[in-house]
Design a protein. Structure first.
Length: 178
């Protein structure tokens, strides 16, 4: 090999190392939601979650987080309520089987605290939302935990109910391995 190309080769190798991301594999995820209905807190879980996480705290510019949840896996612990929430009035799971979120930008705040701007899509309606989250690494595993606040009306969920709050809190807890 011509020696004049060696510096270029080393530069390319160094750049490749600098942008390499850690790919995480989902080991456990919990997505729960809470809303006030008739003045009482109520909520449930969405159990079938899939992720694609490429994350390097030292290189957030090329990090990305994508997740989807199967709306058919929605569970409140009450079968009758579950069927109602899966109907066209709410999540319309027959037409919209997935909820998704995809990071646009991720910023470090301080310590283990980050905030990501995510395109969140529910019922084919997408909103750009800030999602504060923590990232903690422990050996070959990492925890990503965030809280997302949204307005159900922005996504066409639940109509114009007078007894149900428009504010929904979604808690996301993800454990992933390298």
């Amino acid at each position: 090999m011509n020696k004049k190309y060696l510096p270029l080769l080393f530069l390319l190798l160094a750049m490749n190392c600098a942008v390499a991301q850690v790919k995480y594999t989902l080991t456990k995820a919990t997505v729960s939601f809470q809303i006030k209905n008739m003045g009482f807190n109520t909520g449930g879980n969405i159990n079938d979650v899939h992720t694609n996480i490429l994350f390097d705290a030292a290189n957030l510019g090329s990090s990305s987080i994508e997740a989807s949840a199967d709306t058919k896996s929605l569970s409140t612990g009450n079968d009758m309520k579950d069927e109602h929430l899966k109907s066209a009035d709410y999540f319309d799971v027959a037409t919209y089987p997935k909820i998704s979120m995809k990071s646009v930008v991720i910023k470090h705040k301080n310590g283990n605290n980050y905030v990501g701007q995510f395109n969140v899509t529910i019922k084919n309606k997408t909103q750009l939302l800030d999602v504060p989250f923590t990232y903690a690494e422990n050996g070959n595993t990492a925890d990503f935990n965030g809280i997302l606040k949204l307005k159900r009306s922005d996504f066409g969920i639940g109509g114009s109910s007078m007894v149900m709050s428009n504010d929904v809190t979604v808690t996301i807890e993800v454990e992933a391995s390298k």
